[in-house]
Design a protein around this ligand. Structure first.
Ligand code: MN
Ligand code: MN
Length: 317
């Protein structure tokens, strides 16, 4: 019998009822005593096209009610392995992006004074910059597994230096990322110029276009990536749901055809097992465009898989 927090079971309370927390775990106001926490960051004023990601933390939590505690594929049992809870949402200023960025930075700086690994429910991708500022303040420059249709390395958008499309340019410039230990997987579609992906490559980032992933398993790719990053490097997962094809993840702000499959997404996250994952985010789900709930459901499953890939996660197999 585990002494850790357990999700409220589907045979104790119907899955459509009960608490609206992530995985129906207990909520608590701080990260005291936790190994892992979930945080909602419903920011969507950094987005360039369809908004709505502000509703995603609530929707992902709702869809997470279906998730049971054991991975049948890997035997992973995160709730037998770690003390996990939902610590609620960041109290954003939704009228002022730079004020919101400071609020998020301060929030994660305080959060990471605890020995806790944060997993964040976006929000648009802008949230990753302030989170990485706090993460790098704790760990130094980190490795990054970045799944996305876009490299998010524009210099400016409409003259603004901080948007959901400039995040990784700023993060690399600020020295938050060890760029030779970063992979950008699933990038594709149309660019502002033909050399849009070159800035990342010049920084030493491993840029993996979606086309090179088509029609194949990504398990061998992840073996290569693990070798390159190594087992010790503190590594952060930033999963933009638009890295996946709109056929499996339509509920997002800047969808691009020809993306990764749900199976490939599972292979990527499962392939992170063996890395020193120290946190992650799932961003860019936009519930108003997610009419079936499938995008949020997939997002919740990917967050579960991130827990399963953490160092020290027990595997019953
Ligand atoms: Mn993105
Ligand atoms: Mn994107």
């Amino acid at each position: 019998m585990s002494t850790f927090n357990q999700p409220l079971g589907g045979n104790d309370m119907p899955r459509f009822s009960g608490p609206g927390t992530m995985f129906r775990l207990p909520s608590q106001p701080t990260a005291a005593g936790l190994d892992i926490c979930f945080v909602g960051v419903g920011l969507d004023i950094g987005t360039s096209n369809r908004a709505g990601a502000r509703f995603a933390p609530r929707q992902i939590r709702q869809e997470s009610a279906l998730i049971r505690p054991y991975s049948m594929a890997t035997g992973a049992a995160p709730f037998d392995s770690f003390q996990i809870a939902d610590v609620g949402d960041v109290a954003l200023n939704t009228f002022n992006l730079s004020a919101a960025i400071k609020i998020i930075t301060d929030y994660y700086m305080a959060l990471l004074e605890y020995p806790v690994l944060p997993f964040s429910l976006g929000g648009d991708h802008t949230i990753t910059l302030p989170i990485l500022r706090a993460v790098a303040n704790k760990y130094g420059p980190v490795g990054v597994i970045h799944i996305d249709a876009h490299t998010d390395t524009n210099d400016t958008m409409f003259g603004e230096r901080i948007t959901h499309g400039t995040v990784f340019r700023r993060a690399i410039e600020e020295g938050l990322i060890e760029s030779t230990k970063m992979a950008q997987i699933g990038v594709r579609a149309t660019g502002y110029s033909a050399d849009d992906f070159d800035w990342s490559r010049k920084q030493g980032v491993n840029v993996i276009p979606a086309e090179t992933c088509w029609h194949k398993s990504l398990t061998p790719l992840m073996t290569e990536i693990r070798q390159k990053i190594g087992a010790e490097t503190p590594t952060y997962i930033s999963f933009d749901i638009d890295g996946l094809d709109p056929s499996v993840a339509p509920g997002t702000g800047t969808p691009e055809p020809g993306g990764l499959t749900a199976i490939q997404a599972l292979e990527i996250i499962r392939g992170c097992y063996g890395l020193n994952i120290i946190g992650g985010d799932l961003v860019e789900v936009s519930p108003p465009y997610d009419t079936s709930g499938n995008t949020s459901l997939l997002a919740a499953n990917l967050l579960f898989e991130m827990l399963c890939s953490l160092p020290g996660c027990i595997r019953h197999q």
